[in-house]
Design a protein around this ligand. Structure first.
Ligand SMILES: *Cc1c(COP(=O)(O)O)cnc(C)c1O
Length: 362
């Protein structure tokens, strides 16, 4: 069977070159005589893999030395608790921008641990845009400000980095990390579940400024304490070894193509094909305001639930899989992460045109 174009929001496509390399190394990694899945995480051969993964991520994201890079488990959702447990440590206050479902969940989780405020939201507009903020939007004594940089479900992205003054900015970048360059120094912390744009599910990346760690709440579970994880090189316990290996291959792939500038160029080119088409017709409706559009997750609806359903099944039959929108939103969603080839997006637009012709609205 041929490989399809997989528009899944996550877990999602991995670069073919990465899968081929992993397949070639599956039974015997270099001269170890075993699979990466089978080796001790304390062995020199594995230590080299995790060290290379970190080195490469630091290189492609241009992460300064005063930031720790952690390879953790539990998904981005575990960070919804880990962030307040680690960082809500001075005034027990934190401010959240709620721009979609995941930032809503993060906000709700943090409320268990302190005085947590929603300082801006687009909820009343069904999250069709990213709220604008100024420094005055935030409480000056907040321990941090939390945002979700790219809203996977709604298809919106911050087109600005909120100015929080001296307050550390924490960003969930699960669905946009390594899709384009970001200035890491503008953030106190960045975290991401790896299964959208980096690796298989099971790995979570945390990038955190050194001065922010080491003051976690006393009752924090050991496994969630960034300081303990940092002091142990992400190996307080067994890390998600194989996922880290695949992440390393993905970082190598990006590096070999020309880094995040190149990813941005490729991702903009792909997204443009889709958005240009959406803007040129009125069969499909793109609910997101233009200035908040995501490069990674493109949402659209026909305005008719039966047509939406028919669209997804016929697209799947044509080798364009997983175009169903999130169960909470409906409609269609094309996730076009780094690994989605340009041709996949061109094929999708061809299919959309044909579908619109063949299925006129009453
Ligand atoms: C997928 C996603 C999550 C949830 O990630 P898990 O790893 O499943 O916990 C959180 N935030 C964003 C932005 C996501 O895209």
């Amino acid at each position: 069977m041929e490989r399809v174009y997989n528009f899944s929001a996550g877990p999602s496509m991995l670069p073919l070159e990465v899968l081929e390399k992993a397949a070639a190394e599956m039974l015997c990694y270099k001269d170890s005589g075993m699979s990466v899945m089978e080796m001790s995480h304390r062995s020199p051969v594995y230590e080299e893999i995790i060290a290379d993964a970190e080195k490469l991520l630091r290189k492609i994201m241009n992460i300064p030395d005063n930031y720790k890079v952690l390879f953790l488990q539990g998904g981005a959702s575990t960070q919804f608790a880990a962030v307040p447990l680690n960082l809500m440590n001075k005034n027990k206050k934190a401010d959240y921008i709620v721009s979609g479902q995941f930032s809503g969940k993060a906000f709700k989780e943090a409320q268990k641990y302190g005085d947590v405020a929603c300082v801006a939201t687009s909820k009343d507009a069904n999250f069709a845009f990213i709220p604008q903020t100024t420094r005055e939007s935030f409480r000056p004594d907040a321990d941090y400000v939390h945002i979700c940089f790219n809203n996977t479900i709604y298809g919106t992205k911050f087109n600005y980095i909120p100015d929080t003054g001296d307050i550390p900015l924490v960003a969930d970048m699960s669905s946009c990390i390594i899709s384009e360059p970001v200035d890491v120094t503008k953030f106190g912390m960045i975290y991401a579940g790896a299964q959208k744009n980096m690796a298989p599910a099971g790995l979570t990346i945390v990038i955190v400024r050194e001065d922010l760690i080491g003051n976690a709440r006393e009752d924090i579970p050991t496994m969630l304490d960034y300081k303990i994880m940092a002091d142990n090189g992400s190996m307080y316990n067994t890390p998600p070894c194989y996922c880290i290996y695949i992440a390393k291959l993905v970082y190598e792939w990006i590096d070999s193509l020309g880094g995040l500038e190149k990813m941005k160029e490729m991702n903009e080119k792909k997204a443009k094909v889709l958005y240009d088409y959406l803007d040129s017709q009125d069969y499909y409706i793109a609910p997101v305001q233009k200035e908040s559009r995501s490069l990674m997750n493109v949402t659209f609806v026909t305005g008719n639930a039966d047509l939406d359903k028919k669209f997804a099944s016929e697209a799947a039959a044509a080798g364009l899989k997983n175009l169903k929108g999130h169960r909470s939103v409906g409609g269609r969603r094309a996730s076009i992460y780094n690994a989605m080839p340009y041709d996949g997006v061109v094929k999708l637009v061809e299919f959309m045109k044909k579908f619109a012709q063949e299925n006129p609205k009453a």
